[in-house]
Design a protein around this ligand. Structure first.
Ligand code: C5P
Length: 315
């Protein structure tokens, strides 16, 4: 069921020379097809068993040579997101520089389509993109596995965003192994909420509600992915954080109901929320569900996306 993280060709083709022109990297959002939350560990993180799935909703980072480290942005979250040293992108670049001995010099520009604090790992995606972009800009020539090791020090979801596809995540989510899905494409509809939810707040609510888990091992999901039948997959989607997200934001239940009323095969909260994600039969079905959701005006924005797609890649 698992395969090597990256094909030999991909590793072999990677340039080892610094780039002179701008380096553009595209990175996807993620959803969790299965999210089992275990006990809190001594480091404060929860033990997870999750199935990550990268979907075709993208951020883009362009890295150019510079004498210092700067970050600018446009799109989702502009004006709300700090562009200072606390931004995950800046922390990722500093971590790569420290690891490789390179000066942390780059001019970075982020084009953001992935909504912030949405349960789609947008910030983690940007950190993954920054690692891949500066690796290429500086010609540091790290392997994807090396980048994933640095990524793991920065956040639980970031190694997956370097990898992409569909993958099993364990530990606090940072230990990822790819899952073979046989090249099948799944069709998703996302209902983006007006206001974000903080991931630590949702985990805290999960604990306060008793830490109940409904998601068992993801064996049924793995089998459903191999069967390539969306109706089978619909019965296997599971998210232990859903009850906590709904507790904090009860009105999300109306969004879930609206998606199901529109004919979605299944609906769930994405990760820690508040984005609701719906499974469709195919592209046409996804477009119909999206149109119905838009008409219902139950959310800020509606997007369709396919998955799985690759992780952070140079364009
Ligand atoms: O790893 P990351 O920085 O993305 O995690 C954000 C927050 O989510 C953590 O500070 C923690 O509160 C919570 N979390 C957790 N257990 C995990 C992953 C995240 O409690 N496995």
């Amino acid at each position: 069921m698992t395969e090597p993280l990256f094909s030999e060709d991909e590793e072999f083709d990677r340039p080892r020379l610094a780039a002179h022109g701008p380096v553009r990297v595209r990175v996807p959002a993620k959803i969790n097809l299965h999210l089992h939350v275990g006990p809190v560990r001594s480091d404060g993180f929860h033990e997870l068993t999750t199935v990550y799935h990268a979907i075709g909703l993208y951020d883009e980072i362009t890295a150019r040579r510079g004498d210092t480290l700067t970050l600018t942005m446009e799109g989702e979250g502009t004006g709300e997101l700090s562009l200072g040293e606390d931004n995950l992108v800046m922390r990722a670049v500093r971590a790569l520089a420290a690891e490789t001995g390179h000066d942390a010099h780059a001019r970075l520009h982020l084009k953001k389509q992935i909504p912030i604090a949405a349960g789609l790992a947008g910030g983690s995606a940007d950190a993954a993109a920054a690692l891949v972009a500066c690796d290429q800009l500086w010609g540091t020539g790290l392997s994807r596995d090396d980048l994933a090791v640095i990524a793991a020090t920065l956040g639980s979801d970031i190694p997956f965003l370097v990898l992409g596809g569909t993958a099993l995540g364990t530990g606090r989510g940072e230990l990822v192994s790819p899952i073979l899905t046989g090249g099948h494409t799944w069709h998703w509809v996302l209902a983006v909420a007006e206001e974000g939810l903080s991931t630590p707040v949702v985990y805290r609510a999960f604990d306060e509600l008793g830490g109940h888990t409904s998601a068992g091992p993801p064996d049924g999901l793995m089998a459903a992915l191999r069967q390539r039948n969306p109706e089978v997959l619909a019965n296997e989607l599971a998210n232990d954080l859903q009850a906590a997200a709904l507790h904090l934001r009860p009105e999300l239940q109306q969004v879930l109901d609206a998606g199901l009323d529109a004919g979605a095969l299944a609906g769930m909260i994405s990760g820690s929320g508040p984005t609701c994600v719906f499974l469709a039969e195919d592209a046409r079905h996804a477009a119909l569900i999206a149109a119905d959701l838009e008409e219902s005006r139950c959310c800020r924005a509606v997007r369709t996306a396919v998955g799985p797609v690759p992780g952070a890649r140079v364009l």
